[in-house]
Write a protein that binds this ligand. Structure first.
Ligand code: MN
Length: 726
């Protein structure tokens, strides 16, 4: 059993050694708070729980992190394991410390184990994305390091799962953050549980060769220091055996037995400045034979994790090769503690957030290493805001654009899942399918064989292109007919809105041109595309609008010139526009005159206007009374109703009435009772106790119009009616 005071004292010593000008009173306060909160808990080995946070804080202090991080480490398990709250911690130790504890808690709660190798990068990304503050990651790494150091108290199953997680997540992260020392320790402990046999074998080998190794390393060290002292370069030179996991990996990758591995030794020469690094290199190469092709200059071109050193491999006495790393003390600090080392420098000088980001940015920008891209991926804490990582119920990670919903998730799994989705559960709770997902959410999609397939609304809800594409594909395939109908009606509505004739699409000359402009082979395909959302009606019409107007202009001019009023009744044109056939004129724009609002059944005649095709009047309209006068004759053309015209037509009646209360309501009621689509109803009082009501509504033909007119005239106080309006 380990004792509180032992851990407490060594933690305080580490804080005092690595953090300058620290307020120990606050540390004591945090220790007291955490001790109190954890007082009823025990570690697996039976020692008081507080030993763990103390040890983590000590590691964090050794990393050289700041006061907030040390406090965060002391309190890191308080929210998760005790009744301490974020607010309480914020009140006592500040909001930054509370945020750090909260961040660590989130990571503790998330499950970062995965059986799939392909998922590892996503796991690491999610880990970073969930952290937001790099100090959270560092505290969590320290937490894991201490848990690894005390792994012997865990059950064998837990040992294996924790060690695997360490190899998958924590060791690679430590590496990317440049923390070699911690990475090695994590790897060595993991190996001990993941491949105990190999671990034992290597350890036994190293133990058996300990004396021999030591003698060898001492001899080399002696030779180097003597030489450097002679030339006046102050230095610290020492040899070490490479760490166990790196030896293990060499055995596996090079498929060699231990006795066949030679380069187990590494030497370090630490000096005061960069010029001396290169001076030392010269002396090393003078003392020993170098192995060609092994020299690397990471001083002039640092590794992406800011690692700097000169590396060379030379051959020692007995023909044994060994590596020599030459670096300054500052480079050494960075190599051991990586990103954490930078807090250390900060404490000495002026430190600012600007600098924090500078460090990270430099990390991101350097591209010399092959795994530079991995760095970029794993270090972008804030830059992960555009992604969200969630789990399937089986623990598979799915990465989606930020703001994604269960719909996106379902389609990311499989289009079959998306197309049969009827609901979703997030963290075990039923949620709406438009709920934005959060990092670490476990998402379960509820499907049903009788599902009707995606809804068009989903296209507006989903965030990922993948989901959008798959939903569109479904509509494209499953609902062709519906799409065509749906698309056609939106297209036609848009054409009407901008005042273009629908008949232009079937014009033998213009139609194909328009299709070409729209990049479709036929209109049905285009309607289908609008129907499934591949194209909007607004866009489609916008793309051909100018062409249509140009074509209409050309056609109108041609016809007016070629065919003034003399029309040949035998040459009937089959193309109806808006239910009206204009003789001898293909696809001309038409509109119905407001003065007489003709409907099918009325005798009609067309008037070629100056800018808007042909205006249709009733033959008995006062405005058409003078059509035979020479000055107008050339602009009047014969028109007639197309047979199949059963679309609704707008028409207007003016009712002359005796003014009374409730009359407007009576008119409206009559219209409703007649099942007429009423579009406008206005009343206006006249001076002599009379009123005029203007009623605009839709009818199919003149018979219907007349029947409605009869009903309106039956209303009390309605005196007379008149078609059209003034
Ligand atoms: Mn912990």
């Amino acid at each position: 059993m380990e004792s509180f005071s032992e851990h407490y004292e060594s933690m305080c010593a580490a804080v005092q050694k690595h953090l300058i000008g620290i307020d120990m009173a606050l540390i004591e306060q945090a220790v007291a708070y955490a001790s109190d909160k954890h007082k009823d808990q025990k570690r697996k080995d039976g020692s008081p729980y507080i030993i763990h946070p103390l040890a983590v804080a000590e590691i964090v202090a050794e990393m050289g992190l700041d006061m907030d991080a040390v406090l965060g480490a002391l309190l890191h398990d308080c929210i998760e394991d005790t009744d301490a709250s974020h607010d309480d911690i914020a009140k006592r130790f500040g909001s930054t410390v509370a945020e750090l504890v909260e961040g660590v808690t989130k990571l503790t709660r998330a499950n970062f184990s995965s059986t799939e190798q392909a998922q590892m990068e996503n796991l690491r990304k999610m880990f970073m994305a969930m952290s937001k503050d790099i100090r959270v990651v560092l505290i969590k790494i320290a937490d894991r390091l201490h848990n690894m150091r005390t792994m012997q108290y865990q059950s064998p199953a837990k040992q294996v799962s924790k060690c695997r997680e360490t190899m998958d997540i924590y060791a690679p992260l430590a590496h990317r953050l440049g923390m070699q020392k911690i990475k090695w320790e994590l790897e060595d402990i993991s190996l001990r549980y993941l491949d105990p046999e190999a671990y034992a074998q290597i350890m036994a080998y190293l133990k058996a060769h300990e004396e021999q190794d030591e003698a060898f390393m001492n001899a080399i060290q002696e030779r180097v220091t003597t030489r450097l002292q002679k030339v006046g370069i102050s230095n610290k030179t020492y040899g070490r055996i490479k760490h166990v996991y790196s030896i293990y990996r060499k055995m596996v990758t090079q498929n060699k037995s231990l006795s066949e591995l030679y380069d187990l030794y590494a030497f370090r020469v630490l000096v005061d400045n960069i010029p001396n690094c290169y001076n030392v290199l010269g002396h090393i190469h003078d003392l020993f034979n170098l192995v060609p092709g092994r020299f690397k200059d990471y001083i002039s071109t640092p590794k992406p994790n800011m690692y700097q050193s000169l590396h060379t491999t030379v051959i020692g006495t007995q023909g044994i090769p060994f590596e020599v790393q030459i670096r300054t003390w500052e480079m050494h600090e960075t190599a051991e503690y990586g990103i954490a080392a930078h807090w250390k420098y900060k404490q000495g000088g002026e430190g600012s957030n600007e600098k924090d980001f500078e460090w990270v940015r430099r990390l991101l920008e350097s591209q010399q290493d092959t795994d530079a891209e991995d760095y970029v991926n794993s270090l972008k804490i804030d830059m992960f805001d555009d992604e969200v990582f969630v789990f399937t119920p089986k623990g598979k990670i799915v990465s989606l654009p930020a703001g994604s919903t269960p719909i996106d998730f379902a389609y990311a799994i499989h289009s079959g899942v998306g197309n049969t989705m009827v609901g979703a559960k997030v963290m075990g709770r039923i949620t709406t399918i438009d709920t934005p997902l959060q990092n670490g959410d476990i998402v379960e999609i509820i499907t049903s064989k009788s599902a009707k397939g995606p809804s068009r609304d989903w296209l507006n809800i989903c965030k990922s292109n993948q989901a959008r594409t798959k939903i569109k594909q479904w509509f494209k395939k499953e609902k062709r007919e519906e799409n065509v109908a749906h698309g056609r009606s939106s297209f036609e509505a848009e054409m009407r809105r901008v005042g273009l004739p629908l008949s232009i699409t079937i014009d033998p000359e213009v139609g194909p041109q328009l299709l070409k402009k729209l990049s479709f082979d036929n209109w049905e395909d285009m309607y289908a595309a609008i129907g499934y959302g591949g194209l909007t009606a607004l866009k489609a019409v916008g793309r051909i609008r100018d062409d249509i107007n140009r074509a209409i202009k050309v056609q109108t001019n041609e016809k007016v010139l070629a065919n003034p009023v003399k029309t040949d009744p035998s040459k009937k044109n089959r193309h109806a526009v808006g239910g009206v056939i204009v003789e001898d004129m293909d696809s001309i724009m038409i509109k119905f005159a407001k003065c007489c609002t003709p409907v099918p059944g009325d005798d009609i005649i067309g008037f070629i206007t100056k800018g808007f095709g042909v205006s249709i009047h009733r033959c008995d309209c006062p405005n058409a009374a003078h059509r035979d006068e020479p000055i107008q004759a050339a602009r009047w053309v014969r028109v007639h109703w197309a047979n199949q015209a059963d679309q609704p037509f707008d028409t207007t009646l003016e009712l002359e009435c005796r003014t009374r209360d409730g009359l407007l309501l009576d008119v409206a009621t009559t219209m409703t009772a007649a099942r007429v689509r009423l579009k406008e109803l206005n009343g206006k009082d006249l001076p002599d106790g009379k009123s005029v009501f203007t009623v605009r509504f839709e009818v199919k033909n003149v018979q219907e119009l007349e029947s409605i007119r009869g009903k309106l005239l039956n209303i009390r106080d309605v005196l007379s009616s008149r078609r059209g309006q003034n």
